[in-house]
Design a protein. Structure first.
Length: 263
């Protein structure tokens, strides 16, 4: 039975050039499916203007967030932190991230990733902004950093939480929210999905991570062909499918979590 909504996308990348110029119609499709707000995460300095532009054109739908993703943070300019702080001062509704730690990527530089993460964490704590964190294969270090540094009073988001089930309680005690992507509905991701059974009801969020993290093909109501290649892209209009297949995601509870954390 269809879930009526309202729905919220806690993490996506609508500024991604793979979407091409058609993001206006994509957002209209999201609205038609009952999606009320989407958090659009910048990943590098060169996409922050596109994130700001989307938020300016669609203020009723898009919440902007600015950060350096560990895959791209090595390319940062000397002025990145100053620019990030200026964007937060200019927009009291803007978040911090996506940023984090990644030991899965080829040739990671853990010390550099940690320095960049700490700068984001410090800003998010000082401005008490929603902080969106990415972590792959470095959960022990992530937990230690969060435990020993000042954190935003409102908490922080572990997007696509794929850490150990045993860490959910201690991370929640530090203020974590956990967002579930549709890709965890693949049978191969059953272990990651199972960790979400331990997420406290008042810390659960749902995300598309579009254009990435496709749902299993049979649940994918809205995939898009990438301009040029024709490869399937994830569409944030799939967010209601994630709610439908994870009954713990009561739309009214997730709405209250989303609004408490992001606004
Ligand atoms: Zn992301």
């Amino acid at each position: 039975m269809p879930v009526p909504g309202p729905f919220y996308d806690a993490h996506c990348h609508l500024q991604d050039p793979r979407f091409g110029p058609g993001v206006g119609s994509l957002l209209a499709e999201c609205r038609a499916r009952g999606i009320h707000r989407l958090v659009v995460n910048g990943t590098r300095e060169s996409d922050w203007d596109r994130v700001a532009d989307l938020a300016a054109r669609h203020p009723e739908l898009v919440i902007p967030s600015y950060g350096l993703h560990p895959w791209w943070s090595r390319d940062r300019s000397p002025a990145w932190l100053e620019d990030l702080e200026a964007r937060l001062r200019a927009d009291p509704g803007a978040g911090v991230g996506e940023t984090g730690l990644d030991r899965w990527m080829p040739d990671p530089d853990p010390a550099d990733q940690e320095a960049v993460l700490l700068a984001h964490l410090d800003l998010a704590a000082r401005f008490n902004r929603p902080l969106s964190l990415h972590c792959l294969r470095d959960w022990g270090r992530m937990e230690a950093i969060l435990r020993t540094h000042p954190r935003p009073a409102r908490g922080f988001l572990l997007h696509s939480y794929g850490g150990p089930a045993e860490m959910v309680a201690s991370l929640a005690a530090l203020g974590a929210y956990f967002s579930l992507p549709g890709a965890f509905l693949h049978p191969a991701q059953a272990k990651k999905l199972a960790a979400f059974r331990l997420v406290p009801q008042d810390r659960l969020l749902i995300e598309s991570d579009a254009p990435d993290q496709l749902l299993p093909a049979e649940l994918d109501a809205f995939s898009l062909p990438e301009t040029g290649t024709g490869r399937r892209l994830n569409h944030p209009g799939n967010v209601p499918e994630i709610y439908r297949h994870w009954p713990a995601a009561d739309p009214w509870v997730v709405e209250s979590n989303f609004l408490r954390f992001f606004t």
